[in-house]
Design a protein around this ligand. Structure first.
Ligand code: AKG
Length: 278
């Protein structure tokens, strides 16, 4: 059993940490049903566009995700790390079909023009819930520990990895899909929670199994109030209630939505780290 201090040190120094057995069995089953339904509704065109990721379905598509965004045991996990007022911004269902290729190496932070991005302060965290047990054979997560604070050769292989070409796997030999020096696999049990810094370089192994491997990634700003005005102006833009969410679902999540009331210009979207990352 890891202590809160151990997880905190790991998150700050290595860029990720693990909470075991966070989702209860009923929630896990409900999430499997809804994600299977959403994934089965994907067209061949959708799948071709996301061959490397597997899929990229927004959590605004189904109100069950309101329960996950505000799931008490996950908020308690964040609280144990000292994040008392996390704010939620978005999330996606990423289902890797049987016999599908590796996910490309990438990091997800978009605020690199803000100098706070070059400090240990975590601006944005992913909360990843895998809905099946994962191993390197069925596409578990892999990470480059410490790459959220320190440049790694993979930064230069995929400066902004979120391109249509890499998503479609137009060149399967591209180094973005290959094993990288120092990579660590992060196998988990279904219902565990992986928390990670959005600046961390990560990817997943290919799924060479017969089964679908689904992860739900939710994005939070754990220290929203400590971010610069420019970042808060970007993150705290008003968001309308999603069409497929009931008012009850929306009310559940509203206290977790970031709000910015100042008049500073939002920091521009830039996913490429600058030379300050050494
Ligand atoms: O599919 C995975 O295992 C990882 C998903 C991921 O990289 C992401 O949501 O940013």
């Amino acid at each position: 059993m890891k202590s809160a201090e151990h997880r905190w040190d790991q998150l700050i120094e290595e860029g990720y940490c693990l909470f075991e057995g966070v989702l209860d069995g009923i929630m896990l089953e409900r999430l499997r049903q809804v994600t299977d339904w959403l994934l089965d509704a994907q067209t061949a065109e959708d799948s071709a566009a996301q061959r490397s990721t597997g899929s990229m379905i927004s959590v605004w598509e189904d109100p069950l995700f309101a329960e996950l965004v505000s799931y008490p045991r996950s908020l308690e996990a964040l609280r144990s790390l000292g994040f008392l007022r996390p704010k939620f911004s978005s999330g996606f269902v990423i289902g890797k079909p049987p016999h599908s290729p590796a996910l490309f190496w990438h990091q997800d932070w978009w605020g690199w023009d803000d100098q706070g991005s070059y400090t240990p302060l975590p601006q944005q965290l992913f909360l990843m819930y895998y809905l099946v047990d994962t191993t390197p054979e069925n596409g578990c997560l892999r990470v480059l520990a410490g790459s959220h604070l320190k440049r790694h050769p993979v930064h230069d292989v995929t400066p902004d990895a979120h391109t249509d070409e890499l998503r479609r796997v137009e060149d399967p030999a591209h180094p973005a899909y290959r094993p990288a020096p120092g990579e660590l696999s992060v196998p988990v049990r279904a219902g565990d929670l992986v928390v990670g810094d959005s600046r961390l370089l990560h990817s997943s192994h290919s799924n060479s199994s017969e089964g679908r491997r689904t992860v739900i990634t939710l994005w939070y700003h754990p220290l929203f109030q400590l971010l610069s005005d420019g970042l808060r102006a970007h993150i705290g833009r008003p968001r309308p209630q999603p069409e497929s969410w009931s008012s009850q679902a929306w009310d559940r999540v509203t206290p977790l939505l970031p709000v910015y009331e100042g008049d500073v210009e939002p920091v521009a979207w830039n996913r490429v780290p600058g030379p300050e990352l050494r």
